[in-house]
Write a protein that binds this ligand. Structure first.
Ligand SMILES: Cc1cc2nc3c(=O)[nH]c(=O)nc-3n(C[C@H](O)[C@H](O)[C@H](O)COP(=O)(O)O)c2cc1C
Length: 208
């Protein structure tokens, strides 16, 4: 069956229920499903159709564990740098996303699959990120959860060495994927009235 035929979930359902899934079951993903979400990914727009994006798909447990340890270090490096937090006890209980993200940092090495979206160094992200979003939406339609995350420069050389990445290749993110332990569901966003202007900056839209 073609990848297109596998993706039968209405686009509205996929988009409106695709929240960040950070609690993943360790069960491996069918190779056939991996093919579907990758084929959907590369259908997204990219500048001049030069297709500079590359996906490094990690499924080997040893490599996942090693990347997981680096991700954990990177996540806490960011927290120390940005918020001054050193341990989970420093994260205020109101910071639900960060608390959930800190658990992902502990568990990411147990995910069945991590995708590192890459491209030649200097490639604008705007030719890579639409592919990642398509990938995550297609995965959602297959019942596979994901969350977009980034790595910290502190670990980047070791990530490059771990995957034998050439020096002229850049890693644009780190996307763990797997069947969710929780549920897909709605996301919290500001209204389009707050986020949209009409015809001139600052001019309210019909939904303001
Ligand atoms: C550029 C970017 C970086 C992100 N980094 C992380 C991260 O390091 N860890 C994490 O758990 N989630 C990360 N996220 C996911 C966001 O926290 C999440 O999309 C946001 O809180 C909205 O939640 P939702 O996707 O469930 O609606 C990142 C998302 C983006 C787009």
């Amino acid at each position: 069956m073609s990848s297109q035929d596998r993706l039968t979930m209405p686009v509205g359902e996929a988009m409106f229920t695709q929240r960040s899934i950070r609690r993943l079951r360790p069960d491996s993903l069918p190779l056939e499903d991996i093919r579907v979400f990758l084929e959907a990914a590369v259908k997204a727009p990219n500048g001049g159709n030069a297709q500079p994006g590359r996906f490094l798909v990690v499924t080997e447990r040893k490599q996942l564990k090693a990347l997981g340890a680096l991700y954990h270090e990177a996540w806490w490096a960011k927290r120390k740098e940005i918020q001054g937090w050193h341990t989970r006890a420093d994260i205020p209980p109101t910071e639900k996303t960060y608390l959930s993200a800190s658990r992902l940092a502990d568990e990411i090495g147990d995910a069945p699959l991590i995708v590192l979206p890459c491209a030649k160094r200097g490639t604008p992200g705007n030719s890579v990120f639409p592919w990642v979003q398509n990938m995550m939406l297609a995965a959602r339609a297959l019942g596979i959860g994901s969350v977009f995350t980034t790595l910290h420069p502190q670990v980047m050389e070791r990530v490059m060495a771990l995957f034998a990445l050439p020096q002229d290749v850049e890693v644009f993110g780190c996307v763990p994927m797997g069947y969710p332990r929780g549920k897909f569901g709605p996301t919290a966003r500001k209204s389009i009235g707050e986020l949209t202007y009409f015809n001139r900056w600052g001019q309210p839209s019909p939904w303001a």
